[in-house]
Design a protein around this ligand. Structure first.
Ligand SMILES: O=C(O)CCC(=O)C(=O)O
Ligand SMILES: [Fe+2]
Length: 205
């Protein structure tokens, strides 16, 4: 048995099959209003392998000149992000233990060759609220480490319906997605993996 860093919780199969199907419908509606786009890295302008969009009052974006940040509008359409679906708001209430609603939900879409390098989620104003992450569709190999980049890491598979919470001492744990396992889920008609991350961005007033 692997031991996860303190504050990192993995809840395998937390979301049942029917709710996964309903969540995918919710996300289809989000993507219709706010299309997935290819974000680029700060400074280098290198495209990420993951496609992204957001829902919520604020969305996480990145590009060559502006770097990592939150903003109220879709970078390509200029429209405000659609609202966070009720189902995800309820999930946040159930698992976050935080008395304020999520402000941002980043939607990541991974095709079979996409990955995400090790990083910390630290573009928020404070780290009192956890990050709540939902996996849908194909499984991935997830890696989580310590709050220092060179700390020990553990790898495990995330499957459709799994929830991961990074909170407390684990809020700034390094983490990333090393690979996608294609054709491991029938949830998404054309395969791939969706990851949703719910976050607080600003300090509650
Ligand atoms: O896809 C995942 O499971 C993690 C995504 C992530 O770390 C992020 O969007 O910050
Ligand atoms: Fe992250």
């Amino acid at each position: 048995m692997q031991v996860l860093p303190r504050g990192v919780r993995h809840m395998p199969g937390y979301i049942g099959r029917d709710d996964q199907v309903a969540l995918v419908e919710d996300i289809r509606a989000v993507v219709q209003a706010a299309p997935l786009y290819v974000p680029t890295m700060p400074r280098t302008g290198k495209p990420m392998s993951v496609r992204m969009t957001n829902c919520g009052t604020l969305g996480w974006v990145t590009d060559k000149d502006g770097g990592y940040r939150y903003q109220a509008m879709h970078p390509q359409t200029g429209a405000p992000w659609p609202a966070i679906p009720e189902r995800l708001q309820r999930l946040w209430q159930e698992v976050s233990g935080f008395p304020h609603p999520p402000q941002a939900c980043l939607v990541n879409f991974y095709d079979a060759s996409a990955r995400m390098g090790m990083h910390q989620d630290r573009d928020e104003q404070d780290f009192d609220a956890p990050v709540v992450s939902v996996s849908l569709g194909d499984s991935c190999l997830f890696r989580v480490g310590q709050t220092a980049r060179d700390g020990q890491t553990v790898s495990f598979r995330l499957s459709s319906g799994d929830v991961v919470v990074l909170g407390g001492e684990g809020r700034l744990a390094f983490h990333g997605v090393d690979r996608i396992y294609p054709s491991t889920s029938a949830l998404l008609r054309n395969g791939g993996r969706i990851n949703l991350t719910l976050r607080r961005v600003t300090r509650p007033a």
